[in-house]
Write a protein that binds this ligand. Structure first.
Ligand code: HEM
Length: 504
């Protein structure tokens, strides 16, 4: 490739910074959206910033997303960007600790284990877990006392507990769910401690939290391996769940998946979905509580489709769930405003030319070279909150997704894709391609395989809450805490609730 590159090796502009090693870490870490918007004004869509010694080249906008996420994996490499902090949590020989071709096979196994048949069973399981939680958890004492008073719960705490219970029950199987309340709660929390920005920046420090992460990984992996071996030897019943499915699969080279890889894939599965879904659940709950009318519209949608004459509800089927426009729009709009993964990174393995027209339309004809060893960054949050694409991006408007004639038409600007065709970004027309400005689940080779599961889980969790609770906010809508790995609402993030008269 090098011989074809121009002699003039112009690099993308570097963002001004005062301190050499730290660079722009603080501005980016505290407020990535604000940082990107201000950099775009000064440097255009393509620029490099320093993040604690790393050189990170950003390509903003739908064209930037396409450039990075549609790039070849031997040029823009995910393992180089992620393995140092994911491998101690997930374990060896899976995900980013193996060649990408092998991980692609592992993704396929997981995807095929998440079938419609399983999803059909999951609806009832998730409903049961959420109802069980609000009937038992001490935060919901007022609910249990059948009180008519408003009481409150912390959206992040509650949604993260509900998410782990429902994910464990569905994706991890009975043995894991049954142990969740006892042995596992603190182990998961220690393992989770390995998913903080500090771990991303410094993979190994002599700190107790790092040792706790490693101990927890070993204990959980051993627990899974023990179940696998018991199932194999017939000591326990073989169950038709995700673990059971993985135990039967073979790689293309004919090798059965080794036990430790099955265990590590299951850990990765739980971790990949936990923060992403719980953050989305928390933001969605806060948005609907901010607008009690929307809570009632969602409630009415439930009554219309699933209400019994006595005020109770029948269970939704998986198929019916996919046809609830208000629920769907709430989740979509939440993911637009709060994509849990605001930055998608890759390691650059060869010098890469990037047309300067990507940086700015008035810079036709030139190229910048992103040098080997840099990192690149695509930012879903930037293209999803970009005022040049979305009208009033800062407003939570479910109508963007439900009303083709009304708000969606006016609120979403159209945009010329690379072939000059107009794409209307509203109403389900946002594509899954790498060129789309709506990418909460990423795009291209590394695209999420958990999207359908996440919609199912979030859908059942939110509707179960809405079926039982009236909700409202007691304080202004919380801002973003970007200092956690996954963007979370800042405290206070209380949701005030009141038990519905018809609640079980
Ligand atoms: C990849 C977001 C839930 C499993 C991704 C990526 C994003 C994402 C942005 C692309 C990362 C990259 O390109 O570097 C989300 C969101 C979720 C969610 C917003 C929930 C609201 C889940 C769940 C699972 C899961 C529930 C498991 C069942 C995965 C896997 C990958 C992935 C295996 C592939 C990583 C790769 O190929 O490098 N997700 N995810 N995700 N996600 Fe999700």
């Amino acid at each position: 490739l090098n011989q074809f590159l121009p002699k003039d090796r112009t690099r993308p502009p570097v963002v001004f910074h005062w301190f050499p090693f730290i660079g722009s870490a603080i501005h980016y870490g505290m407020d990535p959206l604000g940082f990107f918007l201000s950099c775009r004004e000064k440097y255009g869509n393509v620029f490099t910033f320093i993040l604690l010694g790393r050189k990170v080249t950003v390509a903003l906008g739908a064209a930037g997303n396409n450039f990075i996420l549609g790039g070849k994996s031997n040029v823009f490499n995910a393992e180089d960007a992620y393995t140092h902090f994911t491998t101690p949590v997930f374990g060896k020989d899976v995900v980013y600790d193996c060649p990408n071709d092998k991980f692609m096979e592992q993704k396929k196994f997981i995807k095929y284990s998440l079938t419609g048949d399983r999803f059909r069973e999951y609806v009832g399981m998730i409903t049961e877990e959420v109802e069980g939680f609000i009937k038992k958890d001490e935060t919901f004492a007022a609910y249990q006392a059948n009180s008519k008073e408003w009481a409150k719960f912390d959206a992040v705490e509650t949604l993260s507990q509900i998410t782990i219970l429902t994910a464990a029950r569905t994706l991890q199987g009975k043995e894991v769910r049954d142990n969740l309340d006892k042995t596992f709660a603190h182990l998961y929390s220690d393992l989770d401690g390995g998913f903080k920005p500090i771990n991303f920046l410094f993979p190994n420090l002599p700190l107790e939290s790092y040792r706790a992460r490693d101990r927890a990984h070993k204990k959980i992996a051993d627990f899974y391996i023990d179940i696998i071996q018991k199932r194999k030897s017939g000591t326990t019943e073989n169950v038709d769940d995700v673990m059971g499915y993985l135990m039967q699969q073979k790689y293309r080279n004919g090798q059965q998946i080794p036990d430790h890889e099955v265990a590590h894939m299951l850990i990765a599965l739980l971790m990949a979905g936990q923060h992403t879904s719980s953050a989305t659940g928390a933001w969605a709950t806060l948005h609907i509580a901010e607008n009690p009318e929307l809570v009632e519209v969602m409630y009415a949608e439930q009554v219309k489709h699933f209400g019994n004459p006595d005020g109770s509800f029948r269970e939704m089927t998986f198929e019916e769930m996919r046809d609830l426009p208000v629920l769907d729009a709430v989740i979509r709009e939440t993911l637009r405003m709060h994509p849990p993964i605001h930055s998608i990174m890759r390691g650059v393995r060869e010098d890469v030319p990037v047309p300067t027209s990507l940086a700015s339309p008035d810079k036709e004809g030139g190229v910048y070279i992103i040098p080997k060893g840099n990192y690149t960054l695509a930012s879903p949050i930037m293209s999803q909150m970009d005022p040049s694409i979305w009208v009033h991006p800062e407003r939570f408007e479910t109508a963007r997704w439900t009303d083709p004639e009304g708000f969606a038409k006016q609120a979403l600007r159209t945009y010329d894709d690379k072939d000059g065709e107009k794409i209307d970004f509203g109403f389900g027309l946002v594509s899954k391609g790498t060129e789309s400005p709506y990418q909460p689940f990423g795009a291209g080779r590394h695209r999420c395989i958990g999207e359908q599961f996440a919609y199912l889980q979030l859908g059942v969790v939110l509707t179960t809450l809405v079926r039982h609770l009236e909700m409202k906010l007691g304080a202004p809508f919380p801002g973003n805490d970007y200092t956690t790995m996954i963007t979370m609402p800042l405290a206070p993030r209380d949701v005030y609730y009141r038990r519905r008269p018809t609640a079980v």
